[in-house]
Design a protein around this ligand. Structure first.
Ligand SMILES: [Zn+2]
Length: 304
């Protein structure tokens, strides 16, 4: 996989909130400070509800100040743009959002609404409450933002056995899959079904997560052809090997894989994201078809 240094990052697609008080400095620098007890409780709840690659719908904290952030000025330099981790991620986000800008109207007749990715360090205050890095990347429907501490990629690589570079755009494309679900109302509908039938909550969550994996696959199918605002290709090369890394990542973060890794028994009742096999298969459905309409994990009778 090679990125095109001439491709431009879309303005506003990614903001860097590291070292701005939302993370390393100020209250955020304390291990569990700042948010007080409520913050701790919310953080724990996110970890339980979200798992890795979560969606965080606990919502309702509109008073949370958006983290002060810069717009990745360091990525203006073409060499740095393809070398620095945050710039590469901003190019991935640009590719993913360009894909949906075109695909959402085509497939679903809806206009895409851009969503900003916030890069944070250690701890961040969001429209869904405060969170720390331990929960992994997540999407917050209340403020339409994706949050990621880039150190998560080291966790993926060193602890979860997914070292491939393509793990990164896969993670981001999965989170933007949740944003698409938010735009389409899929997530809100699911939430209502969970409230009506709490016993179905985990199963509904699995459907939502597998659909986000499938949307990530649909983007992967088209990624090599995505272009920036001037029509420059964002990827110089993207091969089958890269995609296989994405599929490998999907396997490494299956609920069963994570439960085994945690030393515990595999307990399907507690699955919220799907098994390794399911996550890989649904990514593949999106990738092979290139058609997000094939990602209907909520269709009655569908094999998950
Ligand atoms: Zn997810």
């Amino acid at each position: 996989m090679e990125l095109n240094e001439r491709a431009d990052i879309d303005a506003g697609s990614v903001q860097d909130a590291r070292g701005s008080g939302g993370g390393g400095g100020g209250i955020g620098g304390l291990p569990i400070g700042g948010g007080g007890l409520a913050g701790i409780v919310i953080t724990l709840a996110i970890a339980l509800v979200g798992g890795f690659f979560g969606i965080n719908s606990l919502g309702g904290n509109d008073s949370a100040a958006p983290p002060p952030a810069n717009n990745l000025e360091q990525c203006a330099n073409e060499q740095q743009r393809v070398q620095l981790l945050e710039c590469r991620n901003a190019l991935y986000v640009t590719s993913i959002q360009r894909y949906w800008q075109q695909q959402l109207p085509e497939s679903f007749g809806e206009q895409y609404k851009p969503a900003t990715t916030i890069i944070f360090s250690q701890r961040v205050s969001t429209g869904c409450g405060s969170a720390d890095s331990g929960v992994g990347p997540f999407y917050c429907p209340a403020d339409d933002r994706v949050y990621i501490d880039l150190s998560f990629y080291q966790v993926l690589s060193k602890q979860l056995g997914a070292p491939g570079e393509f793990a990164q755009p896969y993670v981001l494309a999965h989170e933007y899959g949740h944003h698409v679900q938010d735009v389409l109302g899929t997530e809100a509908e699911m939430r209502r079904r969970q409230e009506r039938d709490p016993d179905s909550a985990n199963q509904e969550s699995v459907k939502l997560e597998l659909q986000a994996d499938c949307y990530a696959g649909a983007w992967a199918n088209a990624a090599a052809n995505t272009v920036d605002k001037d029509g420059d290709k964002i990827f110089k090369s993207l091969t089958e090997t890269d995609i296989q890394e994405g599929i490998q990542t999907a396997g490494q973060i299956g609920d069963d894989t994570l439960q085994k890794q945690g030393g515990g028994q595999v307990n399907p009742e507690q699955f919220t994201h799907g098994t390794a096999e399911q996550r890989q298969r649904w990514f593949r459905v999106g990738w092979e078809s290139g058609d997000p309409k094939q990602c209907d994990t909520f269709k009655p009778g569908v094999t998950l």
